[in-house]
Design a protein around this ligand. Structure first.
Ligand code: RTP
Ligand code: MG
Length: 139
């Protein structure tokens, strides 16, 4: 299992708020190389599959509804220690608790509209990347 890749989505709130450029710039400045990139929208069904690990959580319905509500930017990012370092760069799930300078502190609206997704393990990074990209779309 490689540890130099993670998967991210710029969520519908941040896309609607016009933050695609600033978030991609923050990602690049944070030392990540973009290995794959796509502007897309997922269906409610696809969101339910993507977030299946959360299916018993109370926010599952709201989360999958929101993530399919508008376009997103999906990307595979490369850097040594990618998963942990990217979660540091984006900050806490709840932007009110996110550290100064993190992406969520700067661009998130709320716990559910929190601007970006970041994979939580090398295994999930691999699964989530493969959900959005085929081999020939990863550089
Ligand atoms: P993500 O997966 O999006 O990177 O976020 P995360 O690891 O920081 O948080 P996770 O526990 O995986 O939850 C996934 C997303 O569900 C929404 N959420 N809402 N209302 C709530 O209590 C609640 N808890 C989580 C957030 O948008 C979170 O990013
Ligand atoms: Mg998560």
């Amino acid at each position: 299992m490689r540890s130099d890749r993670t998967f991210t989505m710029i969520k519908p709130d941040a896309v609607a708020n016009g933050y695609i450029g600033e978030i991609l710039a923050a990602i690049t400045k944070g030392g990540f190389r973009i290995a794959a990139l796509k502007y897309t929208q997922i269906s409610k069904k696809q969101a339910e599959v993507f977030y299946e690990v959360h299916k018993d959580r109370p926010f599952y319905g709201e989360l999958t509804e929101f993530m399919s509500s508008g376009p997103i930017v999906a990307a595979i990012l490369e850097k040594e220690n990618a998963v942990a370092d990217f979660r540091k760069l984006i900050g806490a799930t709840n932007p009110a608790e996110a550290e100064e300078g993190t992406i969520r502190k700067q661009f998130a609206e709320s716990m559910s509209k929190n601007a970006v997704h970041g994979s939580d393990s090398d295994e999930n990074a691999c699964i989530e990347g493969a959900f959005h990209f085929s081999g020939c779309e990863i550089f």
